[in-house]
Write a protein that binds this ligand. Structure first.
Ligand SMILES: Cc1ncc(COP(=O)(O)O)c(C=O)c1O
Length: 447
């Protein structure tokens, strides 16, 4: 009998509602400082602010959003049989492939929703930041479908590493500029402090937020971290639960990479909610870069989401908002903070975290490409590495566990990074300990 590789759902099985884990948490999320709708109103349309603070378990997905999701959703769930064989493991490895979206990652799951609600609210322009370029191109794609003008501040080091992501944003009609830039007060201040800075997501957020706060017709859009972003991503986990039912399986271990926590939340929250409601002993593992180790080395504290301190304070794992990680090749994981929901789950002991160096992640990504055929995004390589390590542990222990991981995106625009890896030019840089201590010492004091 031939062995099944792909578990697919028909279009009408695209989830009809997003799942909000705050309804099932054993302890509520700590409040933001200050965080009432009025604090967020200059930046976001009211529908998204309501989702940010909602405690409803299910929030309906508007039909126009589901209609766009149909372009690539439900995304396929694969059984990685060739990878299992190469690893000689008794483990079963499944992965959800979010790289099938038009821009190539999970990011459009929220970009489309955010563009829809902005359009409904009469907004004309949206600003945002991007690290890897995946988020910027996802919002550019969504903006083109809902006829919104999109301006993207791209972290300088990624802007220089990834010319084709810029071209993709241009193809979707968006403007992309390197950050920090001289177009905002925040950008000018950061350039004055360090004219050669590689930039950071925290800096790019300050620039995008400043423009939205100063202009009546402009709102801001964030690709990760916030509750409503993780909410929109829960289509991933909901589909995966149904697809694993088709396979007659359920994971013992779930792995996803974390930058700001959105693809991790997207796949993990529906499973964690199920565990909270029904029990079970699923392990959930977040994987992150050793060079920007927010969950494994950060402090759980109130901090700003951006370098210029324009955002409200949220309680999260943070390396400090002035922390600038070295310029490694997973731009989407170079963020100083972590989603409050993901941080809270770690505090509650419901998830664990592991940090990896980039060469080990590229090695895992290449093994995946040579067995499963897809070249993962450098960010996603952190999830591949985590899943491979779990499968090797299964071999060593002689135990056949079921592993599910999220392949958050493909790496077809990241070939410069792969070339550098093949030439042996990638450094395994650790974060700067002194810089981390300094950034943590600057954390705001909250009573
Ligand atoms: C492919 C891919 N995976 C993961 C991430 C990390 O973001 P998040 O933690 O929000 O999923 C990014 C961010 O840009 C990305 O492009």
């Amino acid at each position: 009998m031939s062995e099944k590789l792909k578990y697919e759902l028909p279009e009408d099985r695209i989830p009809k509602a997003w799942y909000n884990i705050t309804a099932d948490l054993p302890e509520p999320l700590p409040p933001g400082q200050p965080i009432g709708p009025a604090d967020l109103e200059p930046l976001f349309p009211m529908a998204l602010i309501e989702q940010e603070v909602s405690s409803e378990r299910w929030i309906d997905i508007p039909e126009p959003v589901r209609d766009v999701y149909k372009l690539w959703r439900p995304s396929p769930l694969y059984r990685a049989r060739r990878l299992e064989k190469a690893l000689d493991t008794p483990a079963k490895i499944y992965y959800k492939n979010e790289g099938v979206s038009p821009p190539g990652s999970h990011k459009p799951n929220t970009a489309v929703a955010q563009a829809f609600y902005n359009k409904e609210a009469g907004v004309k322009k949206i600003t945002t930041e991007t690290g890897a370029g995946q988020w910027g191109s996802a919002l550019a794609f969504a903006g083109s479908l809902f006829d919104l003008s999109v301006k993207v501040f791209m972290v300088r080091v990624s802007y220089e590493q990834k010319p084709y992501r810029k071209a993709l944003m241009a193809a979707y009609g968006a403007e992309c500029i390197p950050s920090p830039s001289d177009q905002t007060e925040a950008g000018r201040q950061m350039l004055a402090r360090d004219p050669n800075t590689s930039g950071s997501l925290g800096m790019a957020i300050s620039e995008a937020v400043e423009l939205a706060a100063m202009n009546e017709d402009t709102k801001y859009s964030l690709g990760s971290v916030l509750n409503h972003v993780l909410l929109h991503q829960t289509v991933i986990g909901q589909e995966a639960i149904e697809q694993l039912e088709l396979a007659g399986d359920y994971p013992d271990v779930l792995v996803a990479c974390t930058g700001g926590g959105s693809n991790f939340g997207g796949i993990a929250l529906p499973f964690i909610g199920k565990k909270l409601r029904e029990g079970g002993d699923l392990r959930v593992v977040a994987t992150e870069p050793s060079a920007c180790p927010t969950l494994t080395r950060g402090r759980y504290a109130y901090d700003f989401g951006d370098t210029g301190h324009l955002t409200p304070l949220v309680r999260m794992h943070t390396l400090g908002s002035s922390f600038v990680p070295p310029g490694f090749h997973a731009g989407g994981l170079r963020y100083h903070g972590m989603a409050p929901i993901v941080s809270h789950l770690q505090e509650l002991g419901l998830i664990e975290a592991q940090a990896f160096h980039q060469n080990a992640c590229f090695e895992a990504g290449i093994q995946f490409a040579r067995t499963e055929g897809i070249v993962p995004a450098p960010e996603s390589n952190h999830a591949v590495k985590g899943a491979i390590d779990e499968a090797i542990r299964c071999r060593e222990e002689g135990v056949g566990r079921t592993i599910l991981f999220n392949l958050s995106g493909h790496g077809n625009f990241d070939m410069a990074a792969y070339l550098e890896y093949f030439q042996g030019g990638l450094e395994d840089r650790d974060y700067d300990h002194e810089l981390l201590e300094r950034a943590l010492a600057e954390l705001p004091e909250i009573d």
